[in-house]
Write a protein that binds this ligand. Structure first.
Ligand code: TXA
Ligand code: MG
Length: 340
């Protein structure tokens, strides 16, 4: 056990966090997507401690965070496609998978010849990267298998006593993780939908991204379906939005009638439809940014053991924009999917 210190997101807090990181310690910090658990990416021992603290399997590679696109040159080989994307989307919620330079320890990339890199936009993350003068390996700051943290409290719930410090920068504004694109091969591939819409990336590159997992085998446990599962079973209703809304209401009514304690991830659109259930409200179907910001927190709250079963329908159009990331996270969280 380590006493986990909570540091303010001011100059003193950031300077102390940087000192801890330079000594090889673990510090959670806010980014615009979710909180990350940072360590010196160039120290194999410091990075190994991330895996221990999270209970993360060693074959799940980490994202390296750097303060600017130029600094990527210190950890990876940058291609022409990567430069186009970097110019357009960094700093921001885009992660690029690139050929790894040899001095980056293998533990960072789980033995792969590539490394994932991102320049975060959050001012506290940027200040910390500058103060530490180190590339920071940082996965989401949750215990393995739990939802990503969007508040300091979530990090402390999962990792309190297991890490040296957390910089509390308030809630993460975006709420879903970065979009991951592999630009290390001949054709760019979308590995994870996220904060940057895949359509925007395709428009910038003027080509289609290959879909995730065309090769069958997932690249990493982070892409396994069960990765985000809450402990309380979640049922996801998907398909035509109007039909899904009606089916959701019917399923919830049925479950309540059988005496189950029911939790619902509730769109504003559905407020009038749903009766006596525990609800966590997100945004509207047409405007997914509010739902993205609330999703992980809402799932954590619903998963505190007061419900027997959770229900949700698709929170936005699952085929475009942020809706794709939301659909991806809900599918990973769901134990059962009802197609209408
Ligand atoms: O928004 C985010 O990306 C957040 C913040 C903290 O930056 N980080 C995050 O990290 O979501 P994490 O560890 O939870 O997810 C990283 C995922 C891995 O699970 C893996 O799927 C993929 O990135 N990844 C990392 N390195 C890779 C590589 N070399 N090749 C393919 N996939 C890789
Ligand atoms: Mg994660």
């Amino acid at each position: 056990m380590t006493a986990t210190r909570t540091l303010n997101a001011d100059a003193d807090g950031v300077a102390e966090a940087a000192r801890i990181l330079r000594r090889g310690g673990l510090v959670a910090f806010p980014t615009e997507t979710v909180y990350g658990l940072g360590a010196n990416a160039l120290s194999a021992d410091a990075v190994a401690a991330i895996f221990t603290a999270k209970g993360r399997p060693a074959d799940d590679p980490l994202i390296v965070h750097v303060p600017s696109a130029e600094r990527v040159n210190g950890v990876a080989t940058v291609s022409l496609l990567a430069e186009l994307l970097a110019q357009r989307f960094w700093p921001g919620p885009l992660t690029l998978v690139l050929p790894k330079l040899a001095h980056v320890p293998d533990v960072v990339s789980a033995g792969l010849l590539t490394v994932a890199v991102r320049v975060p936009a959050h001012p506290v993350a940027r200040a910390l990267l500058k103060a530490a003068e180190l590339p920071l390996a940082a996965p989401s700051a949750n215990l393995f298998g739990r939802t990503s943290p969007t508040r300091a409290e979530h990090v402390l719930d999962d990792l309190g006593g297991r890490i040296d410090a957390i910089v509390d920068g308030g809630p993460s504004l975006l709420g879903v993780e970065s979009t991951i694109v592999d630009v290390s091969g001949a054709q760019p591939r979308l590995l994870r939908p996220g904060g940057v819409p895949a359509e925007d990336i395709e428009a910038t590159l003027r080509l289609k991204l290959l879909p995730p997992h065309a090769t069958g085998r997932p690249m990493a446990p982070g892409m396994l379906p069960s990765h985000y599962a809450p402990r309380t079973p979640l049922v996801l209703v998907t398909g035509d939005a109007v039909a899904a809304q009606q089916r959701l209401a019917a399923e919830v009514q049925k479950a309540v009638a059988t005496g189950q304690r029911v939790g619902v991830l509730l769109l504003e659109d559905d407020r009038a439809l749903l009766g006596p259930a525990v609800t966590e409200q997100v945004g509207t179907y047409a405007q997914p940014s509010q739902s993205a910001a609330r999703l992980f927190e809402a799932l954590r709250t619903l998963d505190r053991g007061t419900c027997d079963v959770l229900y949700a329908r698709e929170l936005a159009d699952p085929t475009s924009g942020l809706g794709r990331a939301l659909a991806d996270r809900l599918r990973r969280a769901a134990q059962r999917v009802i197609e209408v």
